[in-house]
Design a protein around this ligand. Structure first.
Ligand code: GTR
Length: 385
């Protein structure tokens, strides 16, 4: 019976543009108490903090800022990895709070060709750990380390399961052990919050590693990892650039369009990703005080690269582009000109120029060498390399 009920309640997903409901997006430039936001300072002092709090309260859960202790241990090191092209470090990031601890295992390759601290790409790895093999016995487009090293960047990754198992019954067995109070509260963070939290602990490590230029860290995430990379970059302003790849619903796509995956659908399939309050918006998007354009805007004035794939309608490529386009308003407050076209660019024709970049790749929901090639080009422009 309950199975039938669930099927009934979960209406078929819409892929018809004509059936996208009429909606009004919450105004980026109007504060909760109706103050018009006209300057970058007002944005930073009033509206941006308000937006971050709204996302914490209604979507991703509160982001804990404190812990008792953090330590970094180099577990293994090879200065001549990748045929001497890179220096490999395997770092154990251990964080303690309330007598509990969590370990995030970081894999980091830095390029040997340069003596200067290197800018770095950090991937939240939500696929097989084989993708980030330290022996390089598996080389995949999901984390093309050789390609990135060759371009003069460091490349790093951690496995998301270290921070929170991606499972509705066991997501608590990670970062949340440190913050048990979050579990009982409707605005407590769950898995996506924990993945983003872990990215910030890696940032803590980068700030201590002299081989890394911590002012040039690009956080990369694909799909559920792309929801986490966007949330991480939105609230932790130390990330210089954010790549949110095929992140779709509750990532870079506008929820109010109800195109492809919906809030109800994501909360039903993945009840352990977002906070309890978010379930109040199942089939009730209009009641949300935010939409995802505001999350992209919260990264401003830093760089954001949003991607989609042509066969990934589930992630609503059009709604994703529209969300990024809306965020232009905030970059404008900083006198930063966006080069985004008015409508999504054709397939495999990236709009690369930072601070707002976008592409739609031909093909399926994935993170590929093609995508990384564009991220590197954008980083070259953004970091003026
Ligand atoms: C899907 C989910 C998407 C996306 C994707 C992924 O099942 O509906 O929101 O996160 O998984 O992570 O690959």
């Amino acid at each position: 019976f309950s199975f039938l009920l669930t099927c009934h309640l979960l209406a078929a997903q819409n892929y018809d543009e004509a059936k996208v409901p009429a909606y009004t997006l919450p105004d980026l430039l109007l504060s909760i108490n109706n103050q018009r936001i006209n300057t970058a300072k007002q944005w930073e002092d009033i509206r941006r903090p308000e937006i971050i709090s709204l996302f914490e309260e209604h979507v991703y859960g509160t982001m804990p800022k404190k812990f008792d202790e953090i330590s970094f241990k180099i577990k293994a090191e090879n200065p001549n990895a990748m045929n001497r092209k890179a220096h490999l470090k395997e770092v154990e990031i251990s964080v303690k709070n309330h007598q509990q601890s969590v370990i995030i295992n970081l894999i980091l390759f830095t390029p040997n060709q340069t003596r200067k601290p290197a800018p770095v790409f950090l991937l939240i790895n939500n696929r097989s750990e084989k993708n980030t093999s330290v022996t390089r016995d598996t080389i995949s487009g999901f984390w093309p380390a050789e390609q990135v090293i060759k371009a003069g960047y460091a490349i790093a990754a951690f496995y998301y399961g270290d921070a929170a198992p991606d499972n509705k019954n066991s997501f608590q067995n990670g970062v949340l052990r440190l913050y048990p109070e979050q579990l009982g509260s409707d605005n407590g963070m769950k898995a996506v919050g924990a993945w983003a939290w872990a990215a910030s602990r890696v940032m803590d490590y980068f700030e201590k590693d002299s081989a890394i230029d911590a002012s040039k860290v690009t956080i990369v995430g694909h799909s559920r990892g792309g929801k986490a990379s966007l949330w991480a970059a939105a609230q932790d302003q130390r990330f210089a650039m954010c790549v949110t790849n095929c992140s779709g619903n509750t990532g870079a796509a506008l929820s109010r369009r109800r195109y492809g995956e919906t809030i109800e659908r994501i909360n039903t399939t993945f009840p352990h990703w977002f906070n309890e309050n978010y379930k109040n918006y199942n089939s009730n998007e209009k009641a949300l005080p935010i939409d995802q354009h505001m999350l992209i805007a919260a990264v401003a004035p830093r760089a954001v690269y949003v991607t989609n794939a042509s066969e990934d309608l589930w992630a609503d490529p059009k709604g994703t582009f529209m969300a990024e386009k809306e965020a232009e308003k905030i970059y404008k407050l900083y006198n930063l000109k966006s080069s985004l076209p008015d409508a999504p660019p054709p397939m495999n024709t990236p709009s690369l120029k930072p601070p707002l970049s976008y592409h739609i790749r031909k093909g399926i929901h994935d993170l590929t060498a093609y995508d990384w090639e564009q991220f590197v080009k954008t980083a070259d422009l953004y970091f003026k390399r």
